[in-house]
Write a protein that binds this ligand. Structure first.
Ligand code: NJP
Length: 231
């Protein structure tokens, strides 16, 4: 394809795998994250645009869309993947950390969608893919902030799906279980994680699947888990 795709949180983990797969398939990929060095490294592989930006910043989000349109003259796909999480019992949980999680996961998704929807509406076509989590559909101890943020991010996407469907715009939400990434300051690649976690490439394949649905089909939701994970 010659489609233009923005992928947020592309400097590592799931977002990087999505960016690499879409580029391999011929898309023009716009990779977004705050870490410049990692992004430039990725840009060498994707041959695409790299934008150093914070998705929780309104001006940054608008700039991401504007720069993409300036460079490629079109936008077909927005993958809202950037996200952060940390876990503790509620009474120990830092209020500033609550804000960081909500600003990134919820406001970040909201801002990028807000900036891109007018463009998608004008062309009567577009596909927004949100990477949320299976914890958007369940609760667990020590997950108050992260879990609430994923419920909220999921609700943003589900509401938007209803708003934009009449305009020919698709919204697909992907709900992964455990994935072997750098999430919450972990280090991927251990032999143990190989058995218990999905790989970032598994999520990239799920994104590919929802994007390849025929024009008249929208995959609303797609959940995937490692076979070993009880949830
Ligand atoms: O995590 P990680 P994942 N503005 O830490 C970027 C969800 N998920 O790939 O800005 C822009 O390896 C950050 O880049 P940088 C999860 O909730 C995961 O696992 O340079 N970018 C990096 O590229 C999240 O929504 C699991 O620090 C920002 C990326 O986000 C998504 O998967 C399970 C940013 C994070 O890479 C990807 O997370 C599940 C900002 N303000 C859902 N803040 C799992 N790993 O088990 C962060 O169900 N980034």
């Amino acid at each position: 394809t010659d489609q233009v795709a923005i992928v947020t949180g592309a400097s590592r983990g799931i977002g990087k795998a999505i960016a690499l797969l879409l580029a391999l398939q011929g898309a023009k990929v716009v990779a977004v994250a705050r870490s410049e060095d990692e992004l430039l490294d990725l840009g060498q592989k994707t041959q695409g645009l790299c934008i150093v930006a914070d998705v929780s910043d309104e001006q940054d989000s608008q700039d991401i869309i504007n720069e993409t349109l300036r460079r490629y003259g079109r936008l077909d796909i927005l993958v809202c993947n950037a996200g952060v999480g940390s876990f503790n019992e509620l009474e120990q949980f830092d209020a500033a950390e609550w804000d960081r999680i909500f600003d990134t996961n919820v406001k970040g998704t909201f801002l990028l969608c807000k900036a891109s929807v007018p463009h998608f509406k004008a062309q009567k076509r577009g596909h927004i893919v949100g990477i949320t989590s299976d914890v958007a559909k369940r609760t667990f101890a020590h997950g108050t902030a992260y879990g609430a943020s994923k419920f909220a991010q999921d609700a943003v996407l589900a509401s938007l799906r209803k708003e934009v469907r009449p305009h020919g715009i698709k919204v697909s939400t992907i709900y992964p279980g455990l994935v072997d990434t750098y999430f919450n300051d972990t280090t991927p690649g251990s032999a143990e994680n190989e058995k218990t976690h999905l790989r970032p490439a598994d999520i990239a394949q799920a994104v590919r699947y929802v994007l390849e649905a025929p024009t008249h089909v929208v995959v609303d939701e797609l959940m995937l888990h490692p076979l070993t994970q009880e949830w």
